[in-house]
Design a protein around this ligand. Structure first.
Ligand SMILES: *Cc1c(COP(=O)(O)O)cnc(C)c1O
Length: 326
């Protein structure tokens, strides 16, 4: 299945929005037993990606890499932490599409996980700049744009409207899985929020696909301003992008109250592990699911707590696994 559901749903997009299949869809959904009171399922986007890395960034690249070609760009410039999954995915999948990657890397707490990731980055063929603080990185970007002759600049996490399409597509995919009986319609979908593109794409896509599932975003990044109004703004920009490229649909009204955002699981900051995250990571591992403490284990920790607080009613709840090491 290589034609995206968005192209099937909105045929005008075939001409206006390129798509390159980089993984195997649909991603599997299975029951997850980590001791919740509510029925819990996991959509495992960690399995997505046929190249050297997987996870949620691959779905964004399926739209972003063709868009780079559309714009006549042979180089992508983007930013991330020193352990960036996004930068690694861009370098590996870009390379296969003849696109060079330049990364400005912001310091993040160094642990074994980040050191391993750094060596993968060094072997990925990307050009790396260690730009230190966020402020210094922001100041360096204009220089890098000139130095690399006006590459396609992408924000952290690939969370532009084009990148968010990856999770509009994933929402349509989930709707098909619900229709086919692979999973009951979730009352809530819990995901980590690092740059907001995944949550924004889901908020828009779930609505367009006719699901009533509420997105619960667990913020894990304090370096970016991430709250419900900003995520809804990105979802709205994504909606406008789709319409400007010819998709015909009645615009949906999106409000910040349509999703839940919590910052209670961030701990000391981006990349800092927390006891709750380590506990959630261990619980998931017992059920065969590999998480990490930067994103996914913090999201699961929030889910476990919200479940205890009775926030999900009767559920069922869907946990989105976004981490895809290879
Ligand atoms: C980037 C990332 C996220 C967050 O997705 P955003 O679209 O940036 O909010 C979640 N989990 C993992 C493993 C990631 O690499």
């Amino acid at each position: 299945m290589s034609k995206p559901l968005l192209h099937q749903r909105f045929p005008a997009l075939v001409e206006t929005l390129g798509f390159r299949r980089l993984g195997t869809a649909p991603t599997p959904i299975h029951a997850l037993d980590v001791g919740t009171g509510v029925p819990l399922w996991c959509k495992d986007d960690g399995t997505y990606g046929d190249g050297g890395w997987g996870g949620n960034k691959i779905r964004k690249l399926e739209w972003l890499l063709p868009e780079a070609h559309r714009r006549g760009k042979r180089t992508i410039l983007t930013v991330g932490g020193t352990g960036t999954n996004w930068g690694l995915a861009t370098a590996l999948y870009g390379r296969d599409e003849d696109i060079d990657t330049v990364l400005a890397l912001i310091d993040q707490p160094l642990d074994d996980h980040v050191r391993e990731q750094l060596s993968r980055l060094e072997n990925s063929g990307a050009t790396l700049y260690f730009t230190g603080t966020k402020a210094r990185t922001v100041r360096t970007v204009p220089w890098l744009l000139l130095r690399h002759r006006l590459p396609y600049f992408l924000p952290a996490g690939g969370s532009s409207p084009i990148g968010a399409l990856g999770y509009v597509e994933a929402a349509y995919e989930l709707a098909e899985q619900v229709a086919a009986g692979a999973v009951p319609e979730p009352s809530h979908l819990v995901t980590a929020v690092g740059s907001g593109g995944t949550a924004a794409g889901l908020v828009l896509g779930l609505r367009l696909a006719g699901l009533r599932t509420r997105v619960v975003g667990v913020v894990v990044n304090d370096a970016l301003p991430l709250d419900a109004p900003r995520i809804v703004r990105l979802a709205d920009r994504t909606q406008r992008l789709l319409r400007s490229r010819g998709a015909r649909f009645e615009p949906v009204e999106l409000r910040p109250s349509d999703l839940t955002i919590t910052k209670d699981w961030l701990g000391p900051g981006y990349g800092h592990s927390t006891p709750a995250a380590r506990e959630a990571e261990a619980l998931a591992a017992e059920d065969g699911l590999r998480l990490e403490t930067v994103y996914t284990a913090k999201a699961l920790a929030a889910l476990l707590h919200l479940d205890t607080a009775g926030e999900f009613g009767a559920g069922p709840v869907l946990f989105l696994n976004t981490y895809g090491p290879r």
